[in-house]
Design a protein around this ligand. Structure first.
Ligand SMILES: *[C@@H]1O[C@H](CO)[C@@H](O)[C@H](O)[C@H]1NC(C)=O
Ligand SMILES: *[C@@H]1O[C@H](CO)[C@@H](O)[C@H](O)[C@H]1NC(C)=O
Ligand SMILES: *[C@@H]1O[C@H](CO)[C@@H](O)[C@H](O)[C@H]1NC(C)=O
Ligand SMILES: *[C@@H]1O[C@H](CO)[C@@H](O)[C@H](O)[C@H]1NC(C)=O
Ligand SMILES: *[C@@H]1O[C@H](CO)[C@@H](O)[C@H](O)[C@H]1NC(C)=O
Ligand SMILES: *[C@@H]1O[C@H](CO)[C@@H](O)[C@H](O)[C@H]1NC(C)=O
Length: 335
């Protein structure tokens, strides 16, 4: 009974937003642009990394300067996620992690580097928030960042994944990219697991784009191409995507708008209840269980609360609800 009232109230609220919102602001742009910030804040001390972020990278995220005339090989790196813990099990589901490798000719064959972008507090923490008794709004440890470090673990990437040279760039192109990485890292601060679209067809409307390790790789390839690099691969370049399928999303508001107003108590409780289904996430196994529970929940209720740009959206879910794909994203062409 109470549940019905909450749902009814929520539906009225959503109808209200549908009727009023189109008149009160400009036409909604899809996909919703990922918000950039002017600097990266330090993560809240509540968020504790189980594995330290970027342990062998430079403390200040510095990327070595290359001589302009240097020749640098670019490598495409891909391997199953958390392979060290679950073998290639996740590779079979094609949940892959991507990175880019560099080796410089002038500074010698031993001078290799790896660059990747990933979660500060692991995937589970970027996908589901913590419900803390003392904090009303769900609490997110969802930062993601770039890590640049010396060396390429050749065996790790090549044995169960991919290590392929896809091009050569000059030192000055590398330096241009390095500057862009610093800026991208400072302004794009949070990880987004989900891509949300209207249906699985190629014509589907994309409501939200993910912002994850593979998106960083695509941005970097585009930047390198823009700087004049020519990249090519002998094999298909496939990447993991985690999709949600929904009708047109409805904007709900940020933490203070929803959790700071008694008038929206029902919505606030509904969001808390939604995320209550998902356990604190210590391991990938927990994450997988949460994903299954999310699936059950969204299929039954056809409802999902997405957190994007630190704001909540309501997704009216539709079949096939959730999907993990491993699909081709070709390397960008030089123009
Ligand atoms: C997720 O965040 C919680 C809260 O800070 C933390 O205790 C936990 O270690 C994090 N999980 C991982 C895998 O880093
Ligand atoms: C990106 O930001 C993180 C978090 O502040 C930092 O640890 C890392 O060194 C930075 N990476 C680069 C390449 O600037
Ligand atoms: C590749 O996968 C096999 C089987 O899961 C594992 O035993 C091996 O250690 C992996 N190799 C590397 C370099 O991670
Ligand atoms: C995609 O759109 C085109 C033109 O609008 C249409 O002809 C085609 O049938 C659509 N394809 C699918 C799979 O919906
Ligand atoms: C939250 O949204 C309100 C408007 O709904 C806005 O005035 C406020 O600045 C936002 N707060 C943050 C932290 O972005
Ligand atoms: C790679 O993606 C293409 C097209 O998206 C797909 O047809 C192919 O099966 C994928 N390859 C693998 C190994 O999944």
């Amino acid at each position: 009974m109470i549940h019905t009232e909450v749902v009814l109230c929520l539906n009225l609220f959503i109808v209200f937003l549908h009727v009023v919102a189109p008149f009160s602001n400009n036409v909604q742009q899809w996909p919703v642009p990922y918000r950039r910030y002017d600097h990266r804040p330090t993560a809240d001390s509540y968020c504790e990394a189980l594995y330290p972020f970027c342990p062998t990278g430079d403390q200040d995220g510095r990327i070595p300067h290359m001589r302009d005339t240097d020749v640098i090989s670019v490598y495409r790196l891909q391997t199953p996620v958390w392979e060290f813990k679950y073998g290639d099990l996740l590779g079979k589901f094609h949940i892959m992690h991507d990175a880019i490798g560099f080796s410089s000719l002038e500074t010698g064959v031993n001078k290799k580097n790896t660059m990747e972008w990933y979660e500060l507090f692991q995937l589970g923490n970027c996908t589901f928030p913590h419900l803390r008794p003392e904090v009303y709004a769900p609490f997110w440890c969802n930062q993601g960042a770039a890590c640049f470090f010396e060396g390429i673990d050749d065996l790790h990437w090549s044995q169960n994944g991919t290590l392929e040279k896809i091009g050569e760039i000059t030192g000055s192109q590398f330096n241009g990219m390095a500057q862009w990485v610093q800026d991208d890292n400072e302004t794009g601060i949070y990880y987004e697991t989900w891509t949300v679209r209207s249906d699985p067809s190629p014509n589907a409307t994309v409501w939200f784009e993910s912002y994850d390790c593979s998106q960083f790789i695509h941005r970097t390839y585009r930047k390198l191409t823009e700087l004049g690099a020519k990249l090519s691969s002998r094999s298909q370049t496939n990447y993991t995507r985690i999709y949600l399928y929904s009708g047109e999303p409805t904007y709900l508001g940020n933490d203070s708008a929803i959790f700071g107003q008694p008038a929206l108590k029902n919505l606030a409780m509904d969001i808390r209840n939604f995320y209550h289904t998902f356990r604190p996430h210590q391991s990938f196994l927990d994450f997988a269980i949460s994903l299954l529970e999310a699936y059950k929940k969204v299929v039954l209720d056809k409802s999902f609360y997405l957190y994007y740009n630190f704001e909540y959206w309501h997704l009216p879910m539709k079949t096939p609800y959730v999907q993990i794909t491993y699909e081709e994203v070709p390397l960008p062409f030089a123009v």
